[in-house]
Every structure is written in C-alpha cells, then in structure tokens.
Design a protein around this ligand. Sequence first.
Ligand code: NAD
Length: 246
Amino acid sequence: MEGIETLKKWVEESNNIVFFGGAGVSTESGIPDFRSVDGLYNQKYDYPPETILSHTFFMRKTSEFYRFYKDKLLLEGAKPNKAHLKLAEWEAEGKLKAVITQNIDGLHQAAGSKEVMELHGSVQRNYCMQCGEFYDFEGIKEKLDEASKNGGELIPRCKCGGIIKPDVVLYEEGLDGRTMEKSVQYISNADVLIIAGTSLAVYPAAGLIDYYRGKKLVVINLQPTPRDKYANLCICGKVGEVLSQC
Ligand code: NAD
C-alpha cells in the first residue's frame, strides 16, 4: 500500500507520536461508525442519530434513546483490533505519548493503552442522575435488561429510583475542559500526528488537530477527509491493516 514505508520510517524514528482517532478505528472490531455507507447514518430510524444522541432527546425521550443506545453503542463482546493493539504496543515501547479518541467504546484501554483522552466519554461509566451512584458496563446492561423484562419503558433505574445516564458527551453537551487541555498539549508538542478513522465532522473535537505544528501529519482513512490537503502523508486503507504493517 502506498505510503506505508514512509509511515514505518517516521514511526521508527519517533518517540513522540500522538494518535487522534474516531469511530473508524473500531469498525474492524465490529462496531459500526456513523458516516460509512453501512454506518448508522445510512440506516433508517424514526430520528437521525444526531437527534437521538442529543441531551434534549435523552431528557425527553429517554426510553427511545436507550433503545438506540443499547442496540448500536452498548455492544457486548467487542474486542480490540490490530489498530488498538499496535497503539498500545507503541506506548509501551515509549514511542507513543497519547491516544486521543472520539470513541466511547473503551477498546483502547482494553488493548492496554494507558494515556487515553476520551473526548466524548465512555460507555464503561454510568451514573445515577439523582444520587450519583456509579454503574459499570455490566451494571447498566443489567438495569436495561430488568427494564425490558418489565415490558414497559426501556429506562435503567438506580436503586434510589433515579435514572442512570451514561458518561458520554451527548450533542448539546460540553466536553471536559481538562481532557481538552491535555489533548491540546499532546498535539501541539507531537512530532508525528496520526489521524485515523474519522470523518473530522464533529466539532470541537476535530478542531484540536489545528494545534499540530509539526511536519509529519498522517491521515489514514477509507474515505477522503477535509484535512487530506494539509496532510504530509495520506493513506487510503483500513487503519488496523495499515498500522499492523508498521
Ligand atoms: P464517522 O462515522 O463520522 O467517520 C468514520 C470515518 O472512518 C469515515 O470517514 C470512514 O470512511 C472511516 N473508516 C471506517 N472504517 C475504517 C477503517 N477500518 N479504517 C480507516 N477508516 C475507516 O466517525 P467520527 O468522525 O468518529 O464521528 C462520529 C462520532 O460518533 C464520534 O464523535 C464518536 O464519538 C461517535 N461514535 C463512536 C463509536 C465508537 O465508540 N466506536 C461508534 C460510532 C460513533
């Protein structure tokens, strides 16, 4: 594949790589992205995913939110793929400083990555909106299963009766300030910045890459992105396949 030799050389020479990724990093683990032809935006729902995954929708139509969320984002059994594993390996070798991800699936940590900036939160953490009780992935799944057995609304409830909300950043909600600050630091100091598996359509996350000041900006994606023209290296391919060759 064109460009792989250059990427390999840049990776070999660097000990300050930063990775910025999106939903395309997890499609090889069987989790659908939003904007691919078979992504969630091209499937039919009563509302577009952007509406369902908004704060207003969550508050007003909680049960419908959870129907979508449980089917499409709370996926059991998804395993890290070659991309997640390679990034964890580079971090352990001291080559990679941080993974900055828009994903909420927790697969980078499952692969062994330690420094992971989760810009949009994680399905692994959930809190009761009333008493603040914490529920992990299994915990919220259990509460959703309980609710669906009761046959009524699909709303996970805490033992105090409050509604449980995932610790994911919904549309209309702000990103965590500290995570943004650390991401800016990592990107502005990076030697190699690898952007992969993202349409770069979701802001403010996508705007973070403007902080990069180096000359080794790599984009690995299946479809063109708005930043291809600024990249020093563009590779059209699957991120897992590409990284595993480096
Ligand atoms: P997106 O769906 O807008 O874009 C994904 C991009 O990745 C597309 O351009 C597609 O061509 C490309 N792609 C798909 N598979 C690929 C592969 N194997 N290798 C290389 N490229 C591949 O995703 P986005 O930019 O991350 O924005 C969607 C938002 O939705 C994000 O904010 C994210 O939080 C959320 N989301 C997360 C997950 C997850 O956690 N796994 C899944 C769906 C959506």
